[in-house]
Structures are given as C-alpha cells and as structure tokens.
Design a protein around this ligand. Structure first.
Ligand code: SF4
Length: 164
C-alpha cells in the first residue's frame, strides 16, 4: 500500500457524506484514493453529525471567526452545531497528521471544507469570501489547502494555494 500524499474531502472521493446524502465525486481524486495516494476525511461526520443532516452555514463570519469565537455554525432550523464542527476539524487534522499528509484538497463552499468562498449564513445562496471551519483549522496548523476547483485548475494550468 502506498503512503498517501494528499488528504481530500470524503465527498470528493465519492463517499455519500454530504448533508443531503449525496457526494461530489471528482474522477481524478477518486483514482488517487483507489491507488492509496489520497486519504479521505469528512470533518462533519468525524465530528459526530449524522448523514443526511440539516444544512448548516456559518453566521457572523467565516471559519477563522468561528475559532476566534466571533461566529457560529447554525443549521437551517436554528440549531447551534459549532462544537461538532470544531471537534470534527480537530479529529480530521489528527487523521491527516497520522497519515503524514501536509496538503489537502477540500470541497469548495462547504461550511467545513470551504476554501475561498462560503455561504453567508442567510441560507439564500449568497456567497462571501472566506473559508470553512475545518479549512481554517488546517491552515492554522500549517497545512496547504486547495479547493477542488483550484486543484483541478492546478492540474491543468496552475492555481493559487491557500495557507502555508
Ligand atoms: S464536511 Fe467536507 S467532506 Fe464532509 S460532506 Fe461536507 S464538504 Fe464533504
């Protein structure tokens, strides 16, 4: 078995762990997972949330603001799931560390894995600049983070890398 070189959001690897029970498979990332070159993490599931689950958005800022206790993760029905998101980020990071990876490719726009753009907390489809809760934690811990969109561009023409 090869040692994984990157971490990826589980839903990008084809796992049906999205809030609605779906996935966001990216062929090239699925191939890396199958070849043992990528390890999958889903911070929300690792944090103890069920699938399917009520959608959640960050209210009051982005993932960095959550870690500074200036924003919260709230579901569409008003439940505060901030602690589950934070616990999942910490556990997911531990799994990435154990696997020895320092680069992660995360699902764009997610309140956990978002990178570059996230939804604004109004559940109206409006996006703001920012990152998800897990993404902020990973960047704070020194990981290199790319969105799936950036990674796909990078594999063809080069793209920006967020984080260290
Ligand atoms: S938390 Fe991340 S890995 Fe899990 S479903 Fe959401 S975007 Fe995918």
């Amino acid at each position: 078995m090869k040692k994984p070189s990157i971490g990826v959001s589980s839903c990008l690897g084809g796992v049906k762990c999205r809030y609605d029970g779906g996935s966001n498979p990216v062929d090239q990332l699925q191939t890396l997972v199958q070849q043992g070159e990528a390890v999958m993490i889903c911070p929300e599931v690792i944090g103890g949330l069920q699938t399917p689950r009520t959608p959640a958005e960050i209210v009051g800022g982005d993932g960095f603001a959550v870690w500074q206790n200036q924003a919260k993760v709230i579901t569409k029905t008003g439940e505060d799931v901030t602690e589950s998101f934070k616990a999942g980020a910490i556990k997911a990071f531990a799994e990435l560390q154990e696997a020895g990876v320092t680069t992660v490719v995360l699902k764009a726009k997610s309140p956990s894995c978002g990178c570059g753009l996230i939804y604004d907390g109004s559940f109206s489809g409006v996006k703001i600049t920012g990152v998800g809760v897990a993404t902020a934690y990973f960047i704070n811990q020194g990981l290199m983070v790319l969105s799936d969109e950036d990674w796909l561009k990078k594999t063809t023409e080069g793209a920006s890398i967020h984080g260290a």
